[in-house]
Write a protein that binds this ligand. Structure first.
Ligand code: HEM
Length: 333
């Protein structure tokens, strides 16, 4: 039988591919003969996906709460996926390990594109947060949340990873503790981690001790986060930016995307999230205790924390007024 030249060409390529891996192509072709074809439900694992919503109570709106958290975590995963590619110049992540002549170093076009994707994901999250703010009955929320204690979105490790992959670790140290490290030559990630901003925000109002929410989180994740911080010391997004040529660094589109990312993570998302806390936990007489028992009104608004990934890109005035206009608008609305 004559073999179609196109097929013959593919076979030759396949043979060469398997040969470089020391594998026998014919066995792999047998594998193809026996394997089932893919269908939608196998590919997306939709049955597994839909089996992962297990509310703790019978209140119908708890399903909205749990699914929206899961949706957010999936977007966080996409964001980390892009950050990972930026860190590795878009090449180390290839499963096949093949070097297809991909970027050896980061170029501004690729960097800008990936930032654009990340910003789109954040934008989607910020705009969909009304599902939380307006999409649940307050009475139901206030009751089912008691069945979730002391769990809190505060324990989302992907959120912390996004921050760590974004910038130098020092930027995450609480601002009142930063100076000490700035004066040291090579402060260790582990030492800075001890003073990370979120720990100071997770103290019990009454006793000043670490909340159970924080203690659980640290036990599970601290080692991994310190390791990630060490790994990203030289390849976080800020370092990647500083590794570009001077002319690339001043590229307007890139700068615009970097600044947008800073605002998305440190102002826009925190504020819309804060709005949900105001809606559910703020009462005229007294505020309802947050899940972690924290002082969320002091902790959550960006204008107090002033978390900024890339301060070099902002003017003094912009830093001074970080998140201020937005937060005033939300608290007064
Ligand atoms: C009605 C909806 C929500 C309310 C009322 C709410 C409330 C709160 C409160 C009060 C805190 C402060 C820590 C604590 O005391 O627990 C917090 C932290 C946090 N929540 Fe939520 N939350 C909501 C939805 C979400 C969703 C959908 C996510 C998505 C994963 C999320 C992620 C986070 C994160 C990452 C933090 C830590 C923020 C930081 O350190 O600045 N929250 N939330």
């Amino acid at each position: 039988m004559d073999i179609d030249p196109e097929i013959s060409e593919r076979l030759k390529k396949l043979e060469a591919k398997y040969e470089t891996m020391g594998q026998d192509m014919v066995s792999y072709l047998d594998g193809l003969l026996y394997s089932d074809s893919t269908n939608y439900w196998n590919y997306t694992h939709v049955d597994t996906l839909l089996s992962l919503q297990k509310p703790n109570t019978d209140f119908p709106d708890e399903l909205v709460f749990i699914i929206y958290h899961q949706i957010t975590e999936l977007y966080f995963k996409l964001i980390l996926h892009e950050q990972n590619q930026i860190a590795h110049n878009g090449r180390d992540v290839l499963k096949s390990g093949e070097d297809k002549g991909w970027r050896k170093s980061l170029d501004k076009g690729y960097f800008t594109e990936r930032l654009n994707r990340i910003n789109r994901y954040f934008d989607t999250l910020t705009h969909s947060f009304d599902i939380m703010v307006d999409g649940m009955e307050k009475d139901q929320f206030l009751r089912f949340r008691m069945a979730l204690l002391p769990a809190s979105g505060f324990q989302s490790v992907q959120y912390r990873k996004i921050e760590i992959c974004a910038t130098d670790f020092i930027r995450m140290v609480d601002k009142s503790k930063r100076e000490k490290f700035e004066n040291e030559e090579n402060p260790s990630i582990a030492a800075m981690y001890e003073k990370i901003y979120w720990k100071l925000g997770a103290m019990e109002l009454a006793s000043g001790k670490k909340t159970l929410t924080l203690r659980q989180f640290e036990k599970k994740y601290s080692d991994d986060l310190v390791k990630l911080g060490e790994e990203y010391t030289e390849k976080n997004m800020w370092k990647k930016y500083k590794g570009l040529s001077e002319s690339d660094q001043s590229d307007e589109k890139l700068l615009e995307q970097l600044k947008l990312f800073d605002v998305n993570v440190n102002v826009n998302w925190p504020l819309i999230h804060y709005k949900s806390a105001v809606r559910y936990l703020q009462m005229e007489s007294k505020d309802i205790k947050a899940t972690g028992g924290t002082n969320w009104q002091k902790y959550l608004p960006p204008k107090f924390q002033k978390r900024i990934f890339f301060p070099e890109l902002w003017s003094e005035k912009e830093i001074d007024e970080w998140g201020k206009a937005w937060v005033d608008k939300i608290t007064n609305s």
